[in-house]
Design a protein around this ligand. Structure first.
Ligand code: AMP
Length: 432
C-alpha cells in the first residue's frame, strides 16, 4: 500500500495533508499524483468521492511552491459554484502552509470583489466557465503565465452546455502547459475534447465507470402516485442520518421539501431558483446536520461534498445512467458506506436497464411488506400523482424495449396484507 511519503512532496505540502487528516492516499491519488508530478497530461476517470480533488491539488501545490508568487499559474475550471468553492476550500486546507493564494470566479455574485481579489495577486484560480470568460473579456484575469490547466467534472460541463466556452478558454491559454481532465464517465464528446486539449495523456482510472463499491443499491418499484407514501415509509423504517433526495424538477424538489417538513423531518430543498444566500444556508445546514434531509435537482446538487451522506434516494429516476453514477457518488464517499434507493415506475424500466448495464449488475428489487401498493390515486391529481415532465434528453435509451410487462413483485404474504390494511388506516391521506 502506498503512503503519502512515497510521493516525495514538499514538506509544506505534507504539512497540509496532515492538517487535513489524510493518512493513506486513495487509489486515484496513488495513481495520479506521481504521473502529474512528472508533468504528464492526465485523463482521470474518477467520480466525485474518490479523492480526485487532492489528486490534482497536491501536485499543483508542489509545483507552484518553488516559483514566483502572485502570478496566476494554475487554473481549475469546474461546472458549478459549489464545486468551485469546494476545490478552493481543498486548496486552502491542503495549501495552508505553502503561502500560495487561491481565488474563485463564478457568476450569480458581483464581479467586483473577484476583480479586487485578483489585483492582490493570486497563484491559483478556480472558476466556472461563464464568469471566467467575462473576466477574460474584461482583461481582469491574465492567463499568459499559466502552467497547469485542470478541467474538472468534464462530463457535467458537457451536460450543462459549457463545451463551446471551454474551447474558447483553452484557445486563450498558453499551448505549453500541463492539462488534466477529470470525468466520471467517458462519452464520445469527452473523448473528442480529450484529443483536442491533452497531449499524449496518461489515463488514470479508478475501478470501472461504476460507483464506489461501498454503496448498496436497491430499486423500489412503485406507482407514480404512491412515491411520496413510499418515501415516507422508507424514511420511517431506515436509520437515515443524512439523506439526499433527488427529484427531476425544481418544482418537485420544492414541494417535496415542504411535505417532508410538514411530516416532521428537518429538511431543506436546493434548486436553481434559490438565491445564493439561501442555497448556501441549505447546503451548510445539511452539512452540519441542522437538516437531516436535502431535496435537490441534479443541477443544484452538482459537486455537493457531503462526506457523511448516508442515503441517496432517487425519488425520480435520473435522465441518464451517468447521472445515476453522479447522484450516488454522494454516498459511500471515500471510505464510508451508503445506501442508494431508487423509486421506479413502469415508465422507468428502460432507464433501469441502462443503469444496470453501466453498473454491470442488476439492481436488487425490494418490496415493502407493510406498504399498500394498491392504494388508489387521490382524486385531486396534482403534480405528484403525475409523472414528472419529460426530460429534455430522450429518456428511453436507444435499444430499450417499450415493454409493458409489470415489475416482477413478490406475492404479498398474509401478514403483509394485514399490515397493508393497518397501513391504509394509519395513513389515508399520504399518497402523493
Ligand atoms: P473528492 O472526490 O475530491 O470530492 O473527495 C471526497 C472526500 O474524500 C473529501 O471530503 C476529501 O476531503 C476526502 N479525502 C480525499 N482524500 C482523502 C484521503 N487520502 N484520506 C481520507 N479522506 C480523503
Amino acid at each position: 500500500m502506498s503512503t503519502f511519503d512515497s510521493f516525495d512532496l514538499h514538506p509544506r505540502v505534507v504539512a497540509g495533508i496532515k492538517a487535513a487528516g489524510y493518512t493513506t492516499p486513495t487509489p486515484i491519488q496513488t495513481e495520479a499524483i506521481p504521473t502529474v508530478m512528472e508533468g504528464r497530461d492526465v485523463m482521470g476517470l474518477a467520480q466525485t468521492g474518490t479523492g480526485k480533488t487532492a489528486a490534482f491539488v497536491l501536485p499543483i501545490l508542489n509545483r507552484l511552491i518553488g516559483g514566483p508568487r502572485g502570478t496566476l499559474r494554475a487554473l481549475i475550471v469546474a461546472p458549478t459554484r459549489e464545486l468551485a468553492e469546494q476545490i478552493h476550500e481543498a486548496i486552502r486546507l491542503l495549501g495552508r502552509k505553502t503561502g500560495l493564494k487561491s481565488a474563485t470566479a463564478y457568476g450569480g455574485v458581483s464581479i467586483n470583489p473577484q476583480i479586487n481579489r485578483f489585483r492582490q495577486g493570486i497563484d491559483i484560480l478556480v472558476a466556472c466557465p461563464g464568469r471566467l470568460l467575462d473576466h477574460m473579456e474584461r482583461k481582469t484575469v491574465r492567463l499568459k503565465k499559466l502552467e497547469v490547466l485542470v478541467l474538472d467534472e468534464a462530463d457535467q460541463m458537457f451536460d450543462m452546455g459549457f463545451f463551446p466556452d471551454i474551447r474558447r478558454i483553452v484557445a486563450q491559454v498558453p499551448r505549453e502547459r500541463q492539462t488534466l481532465l477529470f470525468s466520471a464517465t467517458m462519452p464520445p464528446e469527452i473523448r473528442r475534447l480529450t484529443k483536442e486539449v491533452l497531449t499524449r495523456p496518461v489515463t488514470v482510472q479508478v475501478g470501472r465507470t461504476a460507483p464506489a463499491e461501498t454503496v448498496n443499491h436497491a430499486l423500489y418499484p412503485v406507482a407514480q402516485h404512491l412515491k411520496t407514501a413510499m418515501l415516507m415509509n422508507l424514511l420511517h423504517g431506515t436509520d437515515a442520518k443524512s439523506v439526499l433526495i433527488f427529484t427531476r424538477t425544481k418544482h418537485r424538489a420544492k414541494q417535496l421539501g415542504v411535505k417532508l417538513g410538514k411530516a416532521g423531518y428537518r429538511s431543506a430543498s436546493l434548486q436553481g431558483n434559490l438565491s445564493q444566500n439561501r442555497r448556501k444556508a441549505a447546503m451548510d445546514g445539511f452539512r452540519d446536520g441542522t437538516f437531516q434531509i436535502l431535496v435537490a435537482t441534479d443541477i443544484a446538487a452538482r459537486g455537493i461534498d457531503v462526506t457523511r451522506v448516508s442515503h441517496v434516494i432517487n425519488y425520480d429516476i435520473p435522465d441518464t445512467p451517468e447521472a445515476y453514477i453522479h447522484r450516488i457518488g454522494r454516498t459511500g464517499r471515500a471510505t464510508r458506506t451508503g445506501d442508494a434507493f431508487t423509486l421506479a415506475t413502469q415508465e422507468d424500466k428502460g432507464m433501469v436497464r441502462s443503469i444496470e448495464r453501466l453498473l454491470g449488475s442488476p439492481l436488487e428489487r425490494r418490496h415493502l411488506d407493510d406498504f399498500d401498493y394498491q392504494a388508489p390515486a387521490p382524486k385531486r391529481n396534482k403534480e405528484f400523482a403525475r409523472p414528472p415532465r419529460p426530460a429534455s434528453r430522450n429518456r428511453r435509451p436507444a435499444g430499450a424495449a417499450k415493454s409493458r410487462k409489470p415489475w416482477p413483485q413478490r406475492k404479498p404474504s398474509a401478514t403483509s396484507t394485514a399490515n397493508r390494511r393497518s397501513h391504509a388506516r394509519r395513513r389515508p391521506a399520504v399518497a402523493a
